[in-house]
Design a binder for this molecule. Structure first.
Ligand code: FE
Length: 341
């Protein structure tokens, strides 16, 4: 009996001492919904031998999942298309800091999270597009100007449940206060050409179909439409021009948001996860992003895609992007009050 016990404890000891079996993979929880991502992870796997497993869902669902899984979560990384959601994940204690110099040296300092809890991988502007036939560029100026009565029945934008709109509204609350945001929202609703519906791309198609004249959309969708193989999309892209609002000297700059990545608090494959962040912010991966999804690069050594470059440079709203999360509740209240569906 003693002998059997000895063997038992010895084997426990051996199991305990054997080095952790290093798994050559990373588990990614991602909100991104673009074709470029699969290619990025394949390239990374070829380069490093580390397999990237992706779980896709919307950001709130992924945050809920991380919360419920707690210390047992298999997730290493959380990717979103909204700094507001990264802020929320950080606020709930689901992320850990990334201060790795190999990573931060890849990124434009003005886009880095000052708290160090998320790393931007691309950024995008929420721009105006206008009908080439029915709008003159000089008629446009700011987001606020869209409440002018000259735009009655001419404005197109998707629903207020969408994170891109919620982030934009959060920025307006942060920059100008709740009251101004409420005035803006109800003024804009007055000028809607139809009840909000569809995606950003659908707003552009609606301009092409004559259902409205100015739309608020994310910049990269115009690049995607203009490079589309579908005739209908190409036609929509060609029916509009890009306008960066709020460029005046005393104006905020155009609202931007990042697609960013956070290292989960209990990441089981931390070393691999950091390697992936470093890779995604490298020149090589940044070039693939900008030429495939038409987002803006966060790596200052990489230039935007040709189509995007043609729109010209613009002044970005320099707001701390964490505020897009901090003011999210207020933003949603503003939407509810304004009747923006
Ligand atoms: Fe998108």
């Amino acid at each position: 009996m003693k002998f059997i016990l000895k063997i038992f404890f010895l084997s426990l000891f051996i199991i305990g001492c054997s080095p952790n079996k290093k798994s050559n993979e990373i588990n990614l929880y991602s909100q991104r919904h673009y074709t470029v991502d699969k290619k990025q992870y394949e390239n990374f796997e070829k380069l490093t031998g580390i397999k990237v497993n992706v779980v896709k869902a919307n950001a709130d669902e992924l945050i809920e999942r991380l919360k419920n899984e707690g210390e047992n979560s298999p997730a290493d990384l959380f990717i979103t298309v909204d700094a507001g959601k990264l802020f929320r994940a950080k606020d709930l204690g689901l992320l850990q800091k990334v201060t790795n110099l190999k990573i931060t040296k890849n990124i434009d300092p003005s886009l880095i999270d000052k708290d160090g809890f998320w790393v931007p991988i691309t950024y995008r502007a929420r721009i105006l597009v206008y009908s080439n036939d029915r709008v003159n560029k000089d008629e446009l100026s700011t987001y606020q100007n869209l409440t002018n009565e000259k735009w009655k029945n001419r404005i197109l934008v998707r629903s207020s449940s969408n994170a891109y709109n919620q982030a934009l509204m959060s920025s307006i609350v942060a920059n100008e206060g709740t009251e101004a945001a409420e005035q803006w929202a109800s003024g804009l609703v007055e000028n809607f050409s139809r009840d909000p519906k569809g995606s950003d791309r659908d707003q552009v198609k609606a301009i092409a179909a004559g259902q409205g004249d100015v739309a608020i959309v994310n910049s990269y969708y115009i690049g995607l439409l203009l490079s589309s193989s579908k005739q209908e999309e190409l036609k929509a892209g060609k029916a509009v021009s890009v306008f960066f609002p709020n460029q005046g000297e005393n104006e905020s700059g155009t609202h931007i948001n990042v697609s960013g990545i956070g290292l989960t608090k209990y990441s089981p494959n931390k070393e691999n996860a950091l390697k992936l962040i470093e890779y995604l912010t490298s020149k090589e991966a940044q070039k693939l992003y900008i030429n495939t999804s038409f987002e803006y690069p966060v790596n200052p050594d990489v230039e935007p895609a040709e189509i995007v470059k043609n729109w010209g440079k613009f002044k970005r709203d320099s707001l701390d992007l964490n505020l897009l999360g901090k003011f999210r509740k207020e933003a949603i209240l503003v939407f509810d009050k304004s009747g923006w569906k």
